[in-house]
Design a protein around this ligand. Sequence first.
Ligand SMILES: O=C(CO)[C@H](O)[C@H](O)COP(=O)(O)O
Ligand SMILES: [Co+2]
Length: 224
Amino acid sequence: MPKAIIAPSVLACDFANLQAEATRMVKNGADWLHLDVMDGHFVPNITMGAPIIKCLRPCTEAFFDCHMMVADPARWVEDIAQAGGNMYTFHIEATKDPVSVIHLIHKHGMKAGVALKPGTPVEAALGDVAELADMILIMTVEPGFGGQKYKEECVAKALTLRQRYPHLDIEVDGGLALDTIDSSAQAGANVIVAGTSLFGAPNPHEVITTFRNKVNEAQKQWIQ
Ligand SMILES: O=C(CO)[C@H](O)[C@H](O)COP(=O)(O)O
Ligand SMILES: [Co+2]
């Protein structure tokens, strides 16, 4: 049974104090750090790349969950691996050959995630992709910006995946908060990305603990 993993998105942090903000979340119980890489082509925004990840790497042992919102996913695999990325999650919409990108990511010693935009049907990830990937990311907002409204309709994709792949890591990303976590947890997502709701929380430890408890409780229905 996949365990609950809470991954704060540093997109919502004060980038002028990235080290302190990232380590604060780890101290408050975060399992992973979700690093949103945007190239200004796949999405209409630019955030960070390998140089920032390289600087952050020595600051924490945390697992770096790199969400690659880039037009050429294969192009950045080596750079992110060398910078210290652990999970390389690319968008299925950005390539005609997701299987070869997954193999390239594994060749560079990282776990491979495959992300689906809200408008992409779950069928795109079924079969080879879900069987080869280490994680599927179901976007619950249009990629490109934090602080957007959660799209609950997207989590039906997570349920389809959970019913077929009981041991797969399924991540949700976009608008996750105390008032939206239930539908994602109930749909079988076990990796929870949250930016605004965690970096804006007076007590992030409490929110992280609530997210974790909701996921672990929901996962019991899939015990094999
Ligand atoms: O991938 C992303 C946006 O493209 C971010 O990870 C996501 O939006 C998290 O931020 P928030 O919790 O504020 O929605
Ligand atoms: Co993200």
